[in-house]
Write a protein that binds this ligand. Structure first.
Ligand SMILES: Cc1cc2nc3c(=O)[nH]c(=O)nc-3n(C[C@H](O)[C@H](O)[C@H](O)COP(=O)(O)O)c2cc1C
Length: 305
């Protein structure tokens, strides 16, 4: 088999291959490091960070669904300072791109975390806008172009590394939000975050999740994610990190054809911790079998009707 160049460039950040561990599915990498050398991946989006430590939501906060899972973990994390002090030094010793995922209650909180994380030397900051804006009465930033642009602008002003804004799929027209964050200075866009869902126990008549509703991810969301990546990639010029239901190389290749420059693997890690590295190997096989010199040739190469 001829060799293939697996490297990609995401907003100026080069990665040895396009596969990234999605935020919330891979912790800070340590647990997975016991299974394999995580430097086989292009990058890691760490668990969503907040200004202060958070315990997350009460259990049950995970529910299995056909071909997927619902979660309402609620951003359980040690806080940005503890991440910088205790987790980042180890990660920086590994040959992998470190993308810090952040969630704030106000634009100022996003700005503050961007300053700290840039100083600490992460490679990129992923701004999660699927969280409620305290000042806007709990409305998620990601559901209104104006709010999404505001938080992007503040993050961009305070960050000294590329800023990637992560879009929520829980909107009518995702291209509207994508254009708003691009206009506000986003260097890249990632999508999709989880899709809101709900399950109910027939006997108790209680919702299965203690928070009543949660976010759906896993293979069930894959076609929705491909559609949204395709729409966004066609609407903006900045590169796209695609995710949502990817669990194997063929899925990653499909996501790239839809327009993704790189691809993240999330929920699949829970059923198979090796899913991200298997995805890297399978994607390389597909590229070789198709006679590609560079895997990046797949990006946006869909021949839409
Ligand atoms: C248990 C769990 C926790 C998550 N936590 C975060 C988070 O902290 N920040 C974030 O931006 N996305 C978070 N996500 C969303 C994923 O990063 C990803 O966008 C989504 O699950 C779709 O990809 P997947 O189907 O491959 O999981 C979480 C997902 C799961 C399943």
């Amino acid at each position: 088999m001829p060799d293939i160049d697996m490297s990609v460039n995401l907003a100026g950040m080069t990665m040895k291959n396009p596969i990234v561990a999605a935020s919330g599915a891979f912790g800070f990498g340590a647990e997975y490091g016991e299974f394999y050398d995580i430097s086989r991946l292009g990058g890691i989006c760490v668990k969503g960070l907040t200004p202060k430590r958070r315990e997350g939501n009460p259990p049950p906060r995970i529910a299995e669904t056909p071909m997927g899972m619902l979660n309402s973990v609620g951003l359980q994390n040690p806080g940005v300072d503890a991440f910088i002090e205790k987790e980042l030094p180890q990660l920086k010793g590994i040959d992998i791109r470190v993308i810090a995922n952040i969630s704030g209650g106000t634009p100022e909180e996003y700005g503050e975390m961007c300053e700290k994380l840039s100083d600490a030397g992460v490679d990129m900051i992923e701004v999660n806008i699927s969280c409620p804006n305290v000042k806007a009465g709990g409305l998620a930033y990601g559901t209104r172009p104006g709010l999404a642009a505001e938080v992007t602008e503040v993050a961009r002003r305070h960050a000294r590394v590329p800023v990637m804004v992560k879009l929520s799929p829980n909107v009518t027209d995702i291209t509207e939000i994508a254009r708003a964050v691009e206009g506000a200075g986003a260097d890249a866009i990632s999508l999709i975050n989880t899709i809101r869902g709900m399950r109910i126990d027939l006997d108790t008549r209680r919702p299965i999740l203690r928070m009543n509703t949660g976010g759906l991810s896993g293979p069930a969301v894959f076609p929705v994610a491909v559609r949204m990546v395709w729409e966004v990639a066609g609407a903006v010029k900045v590169p796209v990190l695609g995710m949502g239901g990817v669990s194997r190389g063929a899925d990653a290749a499909e996501m790239m054809l839809a327009g993704a420059a790189a691809v993240a693997v999330g929920a699949a890690c829970f059923s198979d911790p090796y899913a991200p590295v298997k995805t890297v190997d399978e994607l390389a096989e597909i590229g070789r079998a198709q006679g590609l010199g560079r895997i990046s040739e797949l990006t946006g190469a869909v021949r839409a009707w």
